[in-house]
Structure formats: C-alpha cells, structure tokens
Design a protein around this ligand. Structure first.
Ligand SMILES: [Zn+2]
Length: 363
C-alpha cells in the first residue's frame, strides 16, 4: 500500500468505513488500520488469515497482557452462480438480511477491480407473493450484461465477494452516523482511538496492551479464536455492537432497554467475568462516565464466546456499542457513545496494576 501522511481521526474513520472488508477479504482494510495505530504502538503484526494486532509494551517487568478485540470483517455476499443470460446468484457471507436486499446496489470485487451490480426488484405490479420476503436463492443480481461472456469480461467469477454500496453519512448533524458495516468497523475504530488516547494523554500502562482487529467473526468467531491462542492474554475485553432497543415496536420487557447515546453497554453473563465487570463499573463511576447494562443467559453472540474459553480460560468481558438496524445498510450509531467507550477503555487500562489478577481464587 502507498504510504500516505498519517490520517486524522475523522479521515481514518471515513476511510476504514469506505474500505470493503467482507469476511475472508479483510487484509486491505487491516493495512489501513495497522498504519493508523503504528505511531501509538510498539509493533503491528498479522497472522496467517489476516487478524491484525498492535502491541503497546509495558515498561514494567513480567507485565500481564490485556487484549482488546474488535472484528474486522463485515457481512456481504459472494457469487454462487452466473447464468447464461448474465445474471449472478449469490451466497450470504454472515447474516446479511435478505428481506431488505432487493433494489439495492452492490460493489463486487473481481479480478479486474470493482464492478457494480443491482439486486433485481421485479416491479410490484407483476410480482407474485408481494407481501413475502424473498428467499436467498430468489435474489438475482443484474450486472448490466447481456450474457455470461460479458460478465466474465468484467472479471467476475464464482466466489467473488460483494458488499452494499452504502458509505458513511452523518444524519442531519445530530451526531449520529449511518453506514453499512458499523458492525464492527466502528469498534475497530474505538480500539485504534484508545491507542491514540493513551499516547496523547501520556498514559504508560502497567500491563502490555494488545489492540486486536480479528477476522471472520461473522461466520463463527474464528479469527479471535486463533488470535487468543497466540496472544495468550491474562484478560480480554471484546468490543462489538449490541441492539439499541429505543426505536418503535421493540418492547423492553422482551428485549431489554438499550438506548443510543446513553453510553456503552456492559454484558452480564456466564462468559463475562465478574472481576473484570466490577473493575469496569468502578472506573466508570469514579470518572463519571455513562454505562448501560444488558444480560445474556448463554453465549454473547460475539468474539467473547471464543476468547473466554481459549486454553485454560481467559477472564473476559463484552463491552458493546449500541446500534440500530444491525446487519442492514443503514446501521446507526451515536458518536457520543463512541467517545464514551474510548474513555471507559482508557480509564480501565490506566487503573491496571501488575499485581492485578482477574482470575478467581479459592482464598
Ligand atoms: Zn459484530
């Protein structure tokens, strides 16, 4: 990649959101992320599948290691079949929402570069089953081609990936950001901004801090599994998005109450270690930062599930950014929550002493 001068925080946010990173194709965005955190960390590395991490080493001897993790991949599609008359049928990468797919624009990444496609939307007048969401195999992509040859000339083949065209948009200056893939690029941004904040506030952590951006979360939390094994951290905080339930039609009695703009959300559940959670709550109350709570009775549905049970068990928790319209092209988050999450992480890291142990002990 061509080295540019170092990006500003806002330019980095927009660049990382504009750079496609569908599951299994994350490396281009990872390079941008690694370049951004380079001035604030001691080293930047990536593993065989592209999970990328930057390390800030403690100046103290035998310092334990904290891993902050977000996932670098976004949901998308890949080409399953190209018909003789030039239409493409697709497979989902992760949990892409088929119900909102028709009539949308896609960016495909083929051998000759980017190709635009539109998901066909048969006119309402002549469409059968008007009220039903389509099945995945009923979606077809129009590439403006007359036949299969023309599709191949564009450089597209089976397996080539796509994401929605929708880039970042500030919603009427209200501090709310709309984009595809805020899940979980925004948490990768938060982790990078945490590295920058530590550097600029001249905080020298007692622990080694590993800032990680792992691949392939959307298809089974695989990148975090590989990375946790390699890093072998003493504690971990997983950053992902959670459902904001403050839009019409969502009952808090059923889904809990999580609001956009009310701060990050701490998960209470079996995977989320009570000793880490109580430290987070302590630093939040001392620094007067906002924090919401949510619970999960089983798995968290995030990388936390593969991090906490790595090796002999890693004390972990899940700190989430409230998000509306998850897995759609209009995912919406509040920038105040983004800043508050950075502050919570900085306070947590500043509170660490080398003697801290988040494991349970009998005595
Ligand atoms: Zn996610």
């Amino acid at each position: 990649m061509k080295k540019n001068s170092h990006l500003s925080s806002t330019d980095f946010l927009y660049k990382i959101l504009d750079t496609p990173s569908p599951t299994g194709m994350e490396i281009q965005a990872q390079r941008i992320w690694a370049d951004y955190v380079a001035p604030y960390t001691d080293s930047q590395e990536c593993d065989a599948y592209g999970s990328t991490w930057a390390t800030l080493r403690s100046k103290q001897k035998n310092a334990p290691t904290l891993m902050l993790d977000a996932h670098a991949d976004e949901i998308g599609f890949s080409i399953r079949h190209i018909t003789d008359d030039g239409f493409a049928y697709v497979e989902r990468l992760g949990g892409s929402d088929v119900a909102i797919a028709r009539g949308r624009r896609l960016r495909f990444f083929g051998a000759k570069g980017e190709v635009t496609g539109i998901i066909g939307n048969t006119a309402i007048h002549i469409r059968e089953d008007q009220d039903k969401a389509p099945k995945l195999w009923e979606l077809y992509v129009d590439l403006g081609c007359r036949n299969k040859d023309e599709v191949e000339k564009l450089g597209l083949r089976v397996g080539d990936r796509a994401v929605y065209c929708d880039g970042p948009l500030m919603l009427n200056e209200g501090g709310r950001l709309v984009c595809r893939a805020l899940d979980d690029r925004l948490c990768g941004y938060i982790i990078a901004e945490t590295a920058r904040a530590l550097h600029e506030r001249k905080i020298s952590p007692a622990w080694n801090i590993v800032f990680a951006n792992s691949v392939q979360e959307e298809v089974g939390c695989y990148g975090a599994q590989m990375l946790t094994y390699r890093i072998h951290p003493d504690a971990a905080i997983c950053l992902d998005v959670t459902h904001a339930t403050d839009t019409p039609g969502l009952a808090p009695t059923r889904y809990g109450e999580v609001k956009l703009g009310a701060g990050p959300c701490l998960c209470i559940g079996p995977a989320c270690h009570p000793k880490i959670n109580s430290r987070i709550e302590q630093v939040v109350s001392r620094a007067k930062l906002p924090l919401q709570r949510e619970t999960s009775g089983r798995a968290t549905g995030t990388n936390t599930d593969s991090i906490f049970r790595s090796r002999e068990g890693v004390p972990s928790t899940n700190l989430s950014l409230p998000l509306r319209y998850m897995h759609s092209p209009v995912e919406t988050a509040d920038l105040g929550d983004v800043m508050a999450t950075v502050d919570v992480l900085v306070e947590f890291i500043a509170s660490l002493k080398t003697s801290d142990n988040f494991r349970h002990t009998l005595r």
